[in-house]
Design a binder for this molecule. Structure first.
Ligand SMILES: Cc1cc2nc3c(=O)[nH]c(=O)nc-3n(C[C@H](O)[C@H](O)[C@H](O)COP(=O)(O)O)c2cc1C
Length: 334
């Protein structure tokens, strides 16, 4: 057995559901975990820290433990003020969470221009001071979600020595810059180059859309055991399970997708006020989910135009029962 084979024989990959604001809220996570498998945990979409007032339960509703019974969750906080961050983190530890995640990856210009999210990445002095202050008072563990930099991939090389000074649980890296947002490719060379200088467990995140993507990237980074998937699993909810199995032998996919869609619809109907919120939420899902199907432009247009929830649900159910055809992917099981 070669060293490489020995390594893959003992590697147990852990898969993380990426935080996707607007998509992967607790209603989604609960419904998803009832129908699909493969994720070991989810990082929840960010909650902004609160200024000048105590943290209340309503601020962190998405991560109330009673709303998150099916999938282990790590709450994520967006903040540039260490004391605000620590106050919210401690509130979450008191709720029973052992780890919170700091968002240093958000590329939105509204966020980054205020030196939050990925906009903070070039300011390593501020990150240093933030970690120093926050970790001194935090009662639990901290993980980070970062990009390679804001302006250039080289920023990670200035950031890594700062991160190495603190006892972080893990660092999730999305190998793009903040400026790139989601454009262009992931910079796997820069991701590889920064591995040896980061003394924390690293989670890889970016552009894993198929089993082949996972196999190709995981072969290249044989030392990585933790993987985060976002858009890829929203398009193909069976992807985490397929990756864990190393092959796609899942039967009855259409029925399962239909059941999940209907369960999610009813769960949101209970939670959201008014038909327009419900429809907006459900229609939003098709931005990604539609990528798994052979083109169905006419029906999709009708779904998107629908203004009554019962009509929308009826259209979708008819789609699943008649027209829906999943795109067949070329699989190279191993
Ligand atoms: C609509 C949307 C919402 C997102 N929300 C968050 C968020 O709340 N927190 C965060 O750290 N990243 C967020 N991200 C980034 C994803 O977690 C992930 O890093 C990114 O999509 C790249 O991974 P992927 O190629 O597997 O999708 C978001 C991305 C998208 C497209």
């Amino acid at each position: 057995m070669t060293t490489q084979n020995k390594k893959s024989a003992v590697t147990t990959h852990r898969l993380y559901m990426a935080p996707m604001k607007g998509f992967t809220d607790c209603v989604f996570r609960q419904s998803f975990a009832a129908y699909f498998h493969g994720f070991d945990l989810a990082i929840a979409p960010f909650i902004a820290s609160v200024r000048d007032c105590p943290v209340r339960r309503r601020h962190v509703r998405d991560v109330w433990p009673e709303n998150n019974t099916r999938l282990r969750v790590v709450p994520q906080i967006l903040s540039k003020v260490a004391s605000d961050f620590a106050a919210m983190a401690n509130f979450l530890y008191d709720m029973g969470y052992d780890t919170v995640n700091w968002n240093l990856g958000c590329p939105s210009p509204m966020v980054a221009s205020k030196k939050r999210g990925s906009g903070l990445l070039p300011h390593t002095d501020r990150i240093d001071a933030f970690l120093d202050h926050a970790l001194a008072v935090m009662k639990g563990r901290l993980s980070l979600k970062v990009r390679l930099g804001w302006e250039t991939s080289a920023e990670i090389f200035r950031l890594a020595p700062v991160l190495n000074r603190y006892p972080l649980k893990e660092v999730v890296i999305h190998p793009r810059t903040g400026r790139q947002a989601y454009e262009g490719g992931v910079d796997l060379d820069a991701f590889q180059a920064c591995q040896p200088i980061i003394n924390h467990p690293v989670v890889y995140n970016g552009d894993i859309r198929t089993l082949e993507d996972f196999q190709r990237i995981s072969r290249r980074f044989a030392n990585i055991e933790r993987w985060m998937i976002g858009r890829g699993f929203l398009a193909d909810p069976f992807l985490p399970d397929t990756i864990k199995a190393g092959q796609d032998r899942i039967e009855g996919k259409l029925q399962r997708l239909q059941q999940f869609h209907e369960a999610l619809f009813h769960a949101y109907a209970e939670r959201l006020k008014g038909p327009s919120h419900l429809l907006k939420k459900m229609k939003g899902l098709w931005r990604y989910l539609s990528l798994s199907f052979e083109p169905f432009d006419k029906t999709l247009k009708k779904m998107k135009k629908s203004t009554r929830p019962e009509h929308y649900l009826d259209l979708v159910n008819r789609f699943f029962e008649t027209e829906a055809t999943l795109i067949r992917k070329k699989e190279k099981g191993h």
